[in-house]
Design a protein around this ligand. Structure first.
Ligand SMILES: C[S@@+](CC[C@H](N)C(=O)[O-])C[C@H]1O[C@@H](n2cnc3c(N)ncnc32)[C@H](O)[C@@H]1O
Length: 214
């Protein structure tokens, strides 16, 4: 399967957001337990948060309800439209941007985030961009800032032992080992790691890392 170019990728995701939200496989309004546990633990307690590849902004809103001023970024204009419409009603301190997260530093005029949420996105990025993407994320955190990363694991049954696989909707997913992720995010300190599950039916075996900038 040839790699999609950037325009095809955006179209792919935009087309997915034409589906009723209930039918979108990753559209889960309730925040993931890893995020709830982190907020409840008070290891991160507010300030400026960045929700990377925020989709329709479900977790941006959750963060805004828990003391953060949030920027959510996604390259699907349709997803961001849905997020903005939702925000008109809530009036929470959330600002959404359309843009490609592989160039996230160029998109943002401010750095110094207290928290970055990187939920269910890394497995959609090609391995060739991993290190640069991770470095950009690390550089956006202030000292003491945390990054929560949850992505598909190489142990996911769907990977079937392969490094990549084509999903039901035609996009490619990439299955990284915990070691590969540690190497890519080596600008940050690893606070914790656990294996978890991701998806509407918790059907995907996943990595969950909490990193900190020191
Ligand atoms: C599986 S969804 C996860 C959305 C959200 N984080 C959540 O968990 O609900 C992946 C999201 O990444 C976005 N995306 C994929 N590649 C991207 C890129 N290079 N730049 C910006 N957004 C991207 C898609 O548009 C989609 O909204």
């Amino acid at each position: 399967m040839p790699l999609m170019n950037s325009a095809d990728k955006i179209k792919h995701w935009d087309d997915m957001y034409l589906m009723p939200l209930d039918n979108i496989p990753w559209e889960i309004p309730q925040p993931p337990k890893e995020l709830v546990e982190l907020i409840d633990s008070r290891k991160t307690t507010g300030g400026r948060a960045l929700d990377i590849a925020c989709g329709t902004g479900n977790y941006s809103f959750y963060l805004a309800q828990h003391g953060f001023e949030v920027i959510g970024v996604d390259f699907s204009e349709r997803a961001i439209d849905i997020a903005n419409k939702h925000n008109e009603a809530t009036k929470l301190p959330v600002h959404f941007l359309v843009g490609d997260i592989t160039n996230i530093k160029q998109l943002l005029s401010d750095t110094d985030f207290d928290f970055i949420l990187d939920y269910s996105i890394l497995h959609h990025l090609e391995p060739s961009v991993t290190k640069d993407y991770a470095r950009q994320c690390a550089s956006l955190l202030k000292k003491g800032g945390k990054l929560l990363l949850v992505c598909y694991s190489d142990k996911d049954e769907f990977a079937n032992g392969n490094k990549s696989a084509t999903g039901k909707y035609g996009n490619t997913m990439y299955y990284r080992t915990a070691h590969e992720i540690r190497e890519a995010y080596s600008d940050l300190i690893e606070i914790s790691y656990k294996e978890t599950r991701l998806g509407k039916r918790l059907q995907h075996f996943a990595h969950c890392f909490l990193f900190e900038k020191v």
